[in-house]
Design a protein around this ligand. Structure first.
Ligand SMILES: Cc1cc2nc3c(=O)[nH]c(=O)nc-3n(C[C@H](O)[C@H](O)[C@H](O)COP(=O)(O)O)c2cc1C
Length: 325
């Protein structure tokens, strides 16, 4: 039986335990997207007191075109590296590992934030940002964004991160390609098959792998189900997970899709276990389950019941670094 205090190896990286702080935007970066002292001490305090083995830092935009909101951290240019280096050093000093979450918000990246028109798989408004219609991305633009992910991952590696997490959840760009609610394309990236819906993801994974080399874990946060008629289903999530594993992802972090990190009608510890249990049965790589956990005892039960290999604790840690005391 697996316990919270058991170490786990993800590719070449061994974590001291199975508790993870999932990405949560503080929105406190400066106007260049640099990590500020305030952000640094927030993470350092959690590394010190929250009893976690891994922190996945808040979503960082890989290019201004994909910036979701003011105060978001940037991984879009080399000049951010020193500020992230300070952050990773302070987390490592507490014996905790750290991944950077990399993101492009697609149709949720509005021109009032980015200074440029939003893009997405199709001209479909984001469910939570209906003010501006995105332009359908050309294949050339898809390749360009793939390259931005790769460059951002390399920056994260140079800044001392132990791995990266690709953000394909909560209605952001990669999730928009995965979800038939947002993807109406008629080309090979369209919604006709699950394989098409994760083609972009698989190209990103390969490009990131090429950029960072073999000894660097790549996680992917999958918004596996939209919980809405016509959206992604649990079956889609399982099929996609298999394909993502084949492309070389080292860790799958399961959560909700176009409607965000909630599952309608559920708030119990591990409320995305409807995704993590079948995915765990379908892949060989570790599965991380986040949602609804507020005590170490709840996390322990989810591991004992075989719901996942690692457990994320978000809001409880966000509110209180000493959540587990
Ligand atoms: C303030 C806040 C910011 C968040 N920012 C991100 C983010 O940057 N990237 C992401 O993938 N999820 C983000 N999330 C979702 C969390 O990672 C997590 O899935 C959610 O809080 C549910 O887990 P919990 O019940 O343990 O809090 C955010 C959640 C909150 C509350």
């Amino acid at each position: 039986m697996i316990h919270l205090s058991d170490p786990i190896t993800i590719r070449n990286l061994t974590l001291p335990n199975r508790l993870v702080m999932p990405p949560m935007a503080t929105a406190k970066a400066d106007e260049n997207g640099y990590v500020t002292d305030e952000v640094c001490s927030y993470y350092q305090e959690r590394a010190k007191y929250s009893k976690i083995g891994l922190i996945i830092t808040e979503h960082s935009y890989i290019h201004l075109q994909g910036k979701a909101h003011p105060g978001q951290t940037s991984m879009a240019s080399d000049d951010v590296i020193p500020s992230f280096q300070r952050l990773t050093d302070s987390i490592h000093r507490e014996g905790v590992k750290v991944f950077a979450q990399l993101s492009h918000a697609g149709s949720a990246a509005l021109s009032k934030t980015t200074g440029q028109p939003p893009v997405g798989p199709s001209p479909v408004c984001h469910p939570k940002q209906r003010e501006e219609l995105p332009a359908e991305m050309t294949v050339e633009q898809i390749h360009q964004v793939t390259e931005w992910f790769a460059q951002a991952a390399l920056r994260a590696k140079r800044a001392g991160f132990d791995g990266v997490e690709l953000h394909s959840a909560h209605g952001y760009l990669l999730n928009q390609f995965f979800s038939p609610l947002a993807n109406r394309r008629t080309d090979g990236y369209g919604p006709q098959t699950v394989e098409n819906r994760v083609r972009f993801h698989r190209e990103v994974i390969l490009a990131v792998r090429q950029a960072v080399g073999e000894d660097f874990p790549i996680a992917l946060r999958l918004g596996g189900c939209d919980y809405e008629a016509g959206g992604s289903t649990v079956e889609d999530c399982v099929a996609a997970s298999r394909l993502l594993e084949q492309s070389g992802v080292d860790l799958l972090h399961l959560t909700g899709g176009m409607n965000g990190f909630v599952r309608p009608g559920h708030g119990e510890p591990g409320y995305f276990r409807d995704l993590s249990v079948p995915v765990k049965g379908a892949v060989h790589i570790p599965v991380l389950l986040t949602g609804g956990v507020t005590t170490p005892a709840q996390a322990e039960v989810l591991l004992e019941e075989g719901c996942a290999d690692l457990i994320g604790v978000g809001r409880a840690i966000f509110k209180n670094a000493r959540w587990a005391d």
